[in-house]
Design a protein around this ligand. Structure first.
Ligand SMILES: Nc1nc2c(ncn2[C@@H]2O[C@H](COP(=O)(O)OP(=O)(O)OP(=O)(O)O)[C@@H](O)[C@H]2O)c(=O)[nH]1
Length: 279
């Protein structure tokens, strides 16, 4: 199985091998500000050049040689300043990306982590509630995942989780938010999605995972997932309640035999809360 990257904000970051002096320069620049540091470096370079030119002019060397040496020095100083600034900007950029990744991403699957998901979705959810917009939530759990670990090992289990995350991302729209919610459980927030649409997405995810052709050390393995679906309705006063509904529906899907999608209470009034029971 090959490791796969997932979409925003799970980009691949190029780690830059930074020399030791860069963080120190960074701290210095943070204190002074970028413009002032740059002005200071340029002023220093200029003074150095002027001093050298003065020395040369005062000596036996001709004016032209003095001017040439001074211009050469100025150009070298400007190039050095530019290089230092460029490296610094790269360093700050890579540090910021690293910090952002650490705060938002699940290191195993590259999806959002639980904490950032909740932070992000809390805002989206309250907006949806306030402006009476539809939105839905899916909870997806890998079936009998313990057996995968037991039979093929933990590293294989990790790779299966990565493959499931990547496959799920492929079935979602860009605005949907996928996160690893815990162990072998994933959560998806679907903005502007009505209950039927949410059930449809859940079923697509289930089918996509079921169709995954996985192999580990020459052995083939198949996995399946169960999904619980909940959609926002007026009785949901907190995001927790919506998650709770999806969790209840997931429990129903598990006890219905797994590898299926179940709708939360009241998702489709008047319709049975089941879908695609393949068992
Ligand atoms: N490889 C790997 N395994 C994990 C990770 N997180 C949790 N697990 C394993 O996931 C398994 C979850 O087991 P259970 O909660 O019994 O669930 P299950 O075997 O999937 O059974 P059902 O959910 O009832 O279908 C445990 O064996 C955990 O060790 C992880 O990051 N990597």
């Amino acid at each position: 199985m090959a490791a796969r990257s997932t979409h925003f904000p799970f980009m691949l970051f190029n780690e830059i091998d930074t020399p030791r002096w860069l963080p120190l320069l960074g701290q210095w620049i943070q204190r002074l500000g970028l413009l002032r540091t740059w002005a200071l470096l340029c002023a220093g370079a200029l003074l150095l050049c002027l001093g050298l030119a003065g020395l040369l002019l005062a000596g036996p060397t001709g004016h032209l040689t003095a001017a040439l040496v001074a211009s050469g020095m100025a150009a070298a100083c400007a190039a050095l300043c530019g290089y230092l600034l460029l490296r610094l900007v790269q360093h700050i950029d890579s540090t910021q990306r690293g910090v952002l990744r650490h705060a938002t991403e699940d290191p195993l699957t590259g999806t959002l982590n639980r904490r950032y998901f909740l932070e992000l979705v809390e805002r989206e959810w309250s907006r949806a509630r306030r402006y009476d917009m539809s939105c839905a939530l899916l909870l997806m759990d890998v079936d009998h995942f313990k057996r995968v670990n037991e039979r093929f090992g933990h590293r294989c289990g990790d790779q299966v989780l990565r493959e499931i995350a990547a496959a799920s991302v492929e079935t979602l729209r860009h605005a949907d938010v996928l996160a690893r919610f815990g162990g072998e459980e994933f959560i998806v927030f679907l903005p502007h999605t009505d209950p039927l649409g949410a059930l449809d997405v859940a079923e697509r995810m289930r089918e996509r995972v079921e169709a995954l052709q996985l192999a580990w050390n020459g052995a083939e393995l198949r996995v399946s997932v169960s999904l619980g679906v909940a959609a926002l309705h007026p009785e949901h006063l907190t995001l927790d309640q919506l998650i709770h509904d999806a969790d209840d529906a997931l429990a129903v899907a598990k006890s219905a035999g797994r590898n299926c999608v179940r709708a939360g209470a009241g998702l489709l009034p008047g319709k049975p809360s089941m879908m695609n029971n393949n068992n």
